[in-house]
Design a protein around this ligand. Structure first.
Ligand code: HEM
Length: 185
């Protein structure tokens, strides 16, 4: 697959959101809408990054993993800016209070801090040094999954479907680790 094609594919949720928000102007609650589109896009993309090594025998896009991961970070950044700039209107007291008071917000913040660290250390030079710490993606994904579930007032079929996929990917990754450990060299 071509890098430019993948680049455009990953940009679709962003372009789609701009189109709905500014051209069609058909969004009733833009803040809620941005939370959903950025949160779901980031979650799906980040889970896809851990899936890449599972499917590499059939579909090898390992060399694009950094770009895909950075896209996951990009959507998480939009989600974070939606909270701090649009929702909290840059009220620092409110941001701190919400973050410390609401478990689902501090879990999201924890996940986001890990993503910032990974994005910063994703350059060739820093990745060589910090690669072992990139396993923190698993912790971030666990926090994201709990955050996602806690953010729901009620779970729809679609959301249950996402959660089932997330659990399946987690299970397959665990299986992959166990098989790797038990392999005779
Ligand atoms: C930076 C810290 C974060 C804050 C302050 C935050 C805040 C929020 C809030 C307030 C909601 C609820 C929106 C609503 O329905 O009213 C939400 C939902 C959600 N967040 Fe976060 N979040 C953070 C980090 C993350 C990260 C890192 C991810 C994924 C990578 C994520 C994924 C989601 C998802 C999937 C939803 C559910 C969207 C929906 O079903 O509508 N969040 N977040």
């Amino acid at each position: 697959m071509k890098r430019s094609l993948l680049f455009l594919l990953l940009l679709i949720p962003f372009l789609f959101a701009l189109f709905e928000l500014f051209i069609l102007e058909n969004v009733k609650d833009p803040i809620k809408y941005i939370y959903t589109i950025s949160g779901i896009s980031s979650t799906v993309i980040l889970f896809f990054t851990i899936l890449i090594s599972l499917i590499k025998k059939h579909f090898n896009i390992l060399k694009y993993r950094r770009m895909i991961g950075l896209y996951g970070f990009f959507y998480a950044l939009i989600h974070f800016l939606n909270f701090t700039v649009l929702d909290a209107e840059l009220n620092i007291d409110f941001i701190f209070k919400e973050t410390l008071d609401k478990p689902f917000i501090y879990l999201g913040m924890g996940a986001f801090l890990i993503l910032i660290f990974m994005a910063i250390t994703s350059t060739n030079r820093l990745f060589k040094i910090y690669q072992p710490y990139h396993k923190l993606i698993y912790l971030s994904l666990i926090l994201i999954t709990i955050h996602f579930i806690m953010a729901q007032k009620s779970l729809t079929i679609m959301q249950l479907f996402y959660i089932a996929i997330i659990i399946l990917i987690g299970y397959l990754k665990l299986l992959q680790q166990i098989i790797r450990k038990n392999r005779v060299h």
